[in-house]
Structure formats: C-alpha cells, structure tokens
Design a protein around this ligand. Sequence first.
Ligand code: GLA
Length: 387
Amino acid sequence: MEAVAVLKQAFVKTFGHADGLTVVRAPGRVNLIGEHTDYNGGFVFPMAIEFDMVLAARKRTDQVVKIHSIDYGSTVEFTLDCPITYDTKELWSNYLRGVLWAMQGAGAHLGGMEIAFLGTIPQGSGLSSSAALEVATAVAVRHLTDFNISQPDLALLCQKAENEFVGMKCGIMDQFISMLGEEGHALLVDCRTLDYEPIPIDLGGYQILICHSGVKHSLVDSAYNQRRQECETGVRILAAHFPAVQALRDANLEMLAACAAALPPVIYKRCHHVITENERVLKSTKALKAGDLVGFGQFLNQSHDSLRDDYEVSCSEVDLLVDLARKVNGVLGARITGGGFGGCTVNLIKGEAVEEFLAQVIPAYQKETGIKAQVYTSKAASGAEIL
Ligand code: GLA
C-alpha cells in the first residue's frame, strides 16, 4: 500500500478519525559532493531523493501533544503546559520534540496536536531520515499554527533542534535540502549565506545509484563532533597568521602550506580535506553544467579518497564497496556519502552497467564482509510539501 494510505489508516486507528488532517512529505537526501564542508561555511551539492517521511497532524483543543511512530509502533504523550524535555526512552520522539521546542523558542504559538508518521527512507542508511522527520514536523506545525517563517529559517530551526535538543552538531545541509529540494535538480548550496543554485541532474544515459554498505559504526556522533572541533582548532591556528580566516571556507592551500609547521598533522589533514573539497564542489558542478560527466565522476572519486585519507571518516567496508564499484565498466565515480563511518556510497553509473554492478559488486562485497549491500536508485525529488 502507498505510504500515505498506510499513514492515514494508522492515524485513524490511533486517534479515531482522519478529519482536519494536514499531511506532509519530506524527502531524505543523497549528497553528490561536498562532505563535511557545511559546518565549515563551505559548499555542498545534495539532491533530495524519492524516499521520504510522511506525517499527518491535526490540532487538539487542549495542550496535549500525542505522537505515534508507525515504524516503531509506539506513541508518546506530553503536555505543553510544561517545558518540552528530552525523552530518554523513546529516542525517536526527540526529533519531533526538538522541532516543537525550537519553533516555540522562535515565537510559534503551539497548541495540543496529534501526529503520526511513517518513513520509507532505509533505516541507518545515512540518507537523512532524521532531517526528513524534523522537516516534515516543522512544515506541518508551521501550517497548523500559521507561524510566519521562511523555508531557510525553518530549516535552520530544524538544525537547531538537532544541535541543541538532540545533541548532534550537524551542519545545515540535510535539513536544507529536505526543505528546499527541487525535482530534477541538485542544489549547490553556499552554507555560509544559504544562497543556492538548482542545477539540473541531466545525466543522459547515466544515473545516480546509491549502495548501502549495511554498516553503521558506533560512536558516529562523537566522531562527527570531534571532526568539527578539529576544524575549529585549524581555524584558530590559521587565523593567527591570516586574520581573514573565520572558517575553513576562507582558507586556501597556500595559507595551509604557510601554517604547516604550526598545525598538528591530524589538524593539517582535516583542513586539507575541507579546503580541497570546497574546490571540488565548485569545479565538479561546473563540469556537470558543461555536460562533462567524466570530469564530474573524477571529482567524486577524489572526494572519496580525501574523506578516506585526510578526513578519516570512511571505513573498510565502504572503501571496499567503492573499490569494487570503480572496477565496473561504466562507473564514472564512486564515493562515500553523508557523515561517514558506514552508510551509503553514491555512484555515477551508465544505465546499462547497473546489471554488471549488481552481478559483480554485491556478491564480491558479500563474500568479503558477509553483508548483502542494498542498492537504490532515485531521481532528484522535490523538497518538503503539503500533500
Ligand atoms: C551529516 C550532517 C551534515 C553534513 C554531513 C557531512 O549528514 O548531518 O550536516 O555535515 O554529515 O557532509
């Protein structure tokens, strides 16, 4: 059954009837290039995918909030008469609680509501199911409360929910693309100004293939937060020599070379990744716009190598998937996508080569790791919308 039909059915079962519902969908994302650049004020190039969160919500006349997760088969309930607090048992609910908390803090007049939701984004894949849930919640609540706020500002509130309420210090990329994605396009986003340019994903006989390693290493959040701190350390050292450097976005390879002696080796490598990755985003999107898919694929490969060697956020399983993919005739580029330490690869592949990918990569990966990798294809989807 279609996700929205399942959603409505579950809503009726949980809350009695389906009158007065606002139904929203918000997509997951795959980042094509520009990894760990968002929180350094840099550039990213994600596209929204056809996997999403669907959420139904309606107002109540009191201050009680009831939220039902169809995937977890569980319901939480709290009252807005008290401050919204973190739930240590039903952890999934914190993404919604956090958004309500952030919107309330920004001046939205919340009242009681009933919410149910369901996801089609593969669990633990790193395709941003949490950002999609935050964005779906935010769009529904904005509608129910008539809160006047722009799309980018609402995406920022979702990021704030994740940073300050959930405790994951993510950048703005995932919430931004889930909110503002455009069908048939990926967005080149300047994460400092939040200016963005939709670029057509016009790949001729090629397509984007997502491959899930089936691995999610623990400590992802702490390793992620640690990378952020290492970047901040890099900025402090670079700024001592070059005061104009306020974020790694402002640095270049000449500055890095000039500060090499002052930078601990690990910090040097982290900065090297971010500086070169920002350049790759700009060069690769230029190549894509010029129809140079071979060039675009090469930048994807370089991005992976830099994430593996300089930023050290890959892992042996994902490296294996990437190496196997690159051996397939018709794969122009393969790299890890998202935060890292497992999750998915993104591959630029010729349509006719997909069969070979499935016949070569998946069995070889399973032989080595014992894991059956999952493969997904998606066109570039639109951002969040009220259905
Ligand atoms: C996660 C974060 C994003 C971004 C990526 C890495 O997906 O949520 O903000 O930092 O990792 O590019």
